[in-house]
Design a protein around this ligand. Structure first.
Ligand code: 13P
Ligand code: ZN
Length: 328
């Protein structure tokens, strides 16, 4: 049942955001949130930096918070921006929608943009599913992101028993046909990033491979002006991994995407970069540390009040990398 229209919540779709980012040579930051503290930290950062932002909510978040809650929490964030006297564009985007049903539920509940992730399907099926979503979404002025190629790692919303999938780089020759026939407004591409903790495989000499900028260039030549999206772009800073492991956790230090690669990608036809894992591990590392330091704590504010400014700092750093400061 339709509850909210995105415009009533003060949201925008991603069309104008991407047009400006493409022309301005920067990227719009897209941050997943899984708690109210995290949402507040994201809004704190975009207010301080006067940056446009895309808030990412996955089907898992729908199950966790309920769709009514997501729209209201986001609306509160948008209201806070307005109360500061700022006019910052905010989009609420479904991350890794896996079916028409996921997309319809999001659209009926205030999302201004949706991703339909048919990347695991054969080419023709991916086109057909994306087109079905795009036809419906466009009738309501909602923007649609699709995915072509496969990122290894666990994709939010499609974790299956198979776990890690093989990387399949996006074929730039097929991207043009996919975009034209599916009607999508932006395309997530596989150029060397990965979801989750397991990311880059270092070269034998210990250096990290570059992202496949040649694929981005090739698509720009075939599809000038068309915005691309990077998923799996977290950095996995050793600082957080070490803190988690020093306070009772046990996770592996892996090689994330170097900041410099994100800074370079942000200047290309990439107009949206997704960050989830860095936000999770920042919050969790400090939460573990603070709980260890406060064994007598009896409520969660002992860590929520302290992790919010630390997450804000992380998101401000991401905004710097993407070049979106003062681009609201
Ligand atoms: P990370 O796991 O690298 O943060 O990727 C996030 C993402 O792509 C969400 O869709
Ligand atoms: Zn993703």
């Amino acid at each position: 049942m339709a509850c909210y229209n995105y415009r009533d919540l003060g949201l925008v779709n991603t069309a104008e955001m991407f047009r400006k980012a493409y022309e301005g040579g920067y990227t719009v930051p897209a941050f997943n949130f899984i708690s109210i503290e995290q949402m507040n930290a994201i809004i704190d950062a975009v207010i301080e930096k006067n940056s446009p932002v895309i808030l990412l909510a996955s089907p898992n978040l729908h199950r966790q918070l309920g769709h009514e809650m997501i729209a209201r929490v986001v609306q509160a964030g948008v209201d806070r921006i307005a109360h500061e006297g700022l006019n910052i564009p905010v989009a609420l985007h479904l991350d890794h929608g896996m079916s028409m049903e996921h997309c319809v539920l999001a659209i009926e509940n205030g999302f201004s943009s949706v991703m339909i992730d048919g990347s695991a399907k054969p080419f023709e099926e991916n086109i057909a599913l994306t087109k079905e979503v795009a036809d419906y979404a466009h009738s309501l002025d909602i923007t649609v992101e699709a995915e072509l190629g496969i990122l290894s790692g666990e994709e939010e919303g499609q974790r299956d028993s198979a776990g890690v999938k093989e990387t399949k780089y996006t074929d730039p020759e097929r991207a043009e046909e996919f975009i034209r026939r599916s009607g999508c407004d932006s395309l997530a591409v596989s150029v060397g990033t990965c979801h989750g903790l397991v990311k880059m495989k270092p070269n034998p000499d210990g250096t990290l491979p570059d992202l496949r900028f040649d694929i981005l260039d090739h698509i720009r030549e075939n599809c000038p002006g068309f915005p691309l999206v990077l998923h799996g772009a977290s950095n996995i800073a050793p600082e957080y991994v070490e803190m988690i492991n020093a306070h009772g956790g046990h996770i592996e230090q892996t090689a994330g995407i170097p900041d410099e690669q994100i800074r370079l990608a942000a200047k290309t036809n990439v107009c949206k970069v997704n960050i989830a894992t860095d936000g999770w591990i920042c919050a969790l590392a400090h939460t573990r540390r603070i709980l260890d330091e406060n064994p007598g704590a009896i409520d969660s504010r002992v860590f929520t009040l302290k992790t919010r400014p630390l997450m804000k700092e992380l998101y401000m750093h991401k905004i710097d990398l993407m070049g979106s400061e003062n681009k609201a």
